[in-house]
Design a protein around this ligand. Sequence first.
Ligand code: 13P
Length: 287
Amino acid sequence: MLVSAEDMLKKAKAGHYAVGQFNINNLEWTKAILLTAQELNSPVILGVSEGAGKYMTGFKTVADMVKAMIDSLGITVPVALHLDHGTYEGCYACIEAGFSSIMFDGSHYPIDENVAKTTELIKVAKEKGMSLEAEVGSIGGEEDGVIGKGECADPNECKMIADLGVTMLAAGIGNIHGKYPADWEGLSFETLDAIQQLTGDMPLVLHGGTGIPEDMIKKAISLGVSKINVNTECQLAFADATRKYIEAGKDLEGKGFDPRKLLAPGFEAIKATVKEKMELFGSVGKA
Ligand code: 13P
């Protein structure tokens, strides 16, 4: 069932667990994530970056594929199809294409412009029954070629953006996209606590879920994080399983070169990663 992320995240915040956002890149990724969510009776958010959208030939292709797959696989758990780190133009393109949720990443605009654009997009999203995620404080690491450091958001700015009526709020708390460097200082729970005290019931979003130690994930959930984004970890698991298949020479045995065989270990590796995360986030059985 394709739905906005609003209800699933409100329930998650109230129930002290988090819903995973897993980014998709192609048919195999989408199928692996949807099947795992259904098997575990968990709500799920499919994340699509602007780069991944282009790769899959456009947001309409993605939305049509996801809707058709939900139907043909008989997926009954709540699924949100969400634009990840959207530009202003990208948000409109996804509204048009039939997504159920968008993230407007206005964190690089001056706060006044972020507020103005976010306000406008909230109005449009609400009219369409879609959820909207906003971001305050840039999240470090590399995302579609843009590299930033893991900053901490200003809790007062978070409150200002939350009060505009966004559905969920991403706030930088020292988290970064991609692998964490060996000298990473960890998440700033002090910042997270201050943000949650000011924003109350607002579901908070933790980006850069790859490689955050389990105890930090649990603590973040206890302090109001209700959505956790995971991308790189599925990519690493897929690449590792595919490399093992090739290194073992399996593509040279019989019809081992058939893409349906060659991509199968990577597909299973994505499923295992998503399962592990859903168990850690506590969303199993919450559909
Ligand atoms: P990772 O690639 O570090 O898991 O981050 C994913 C993310 O935050 C997508 O917005």
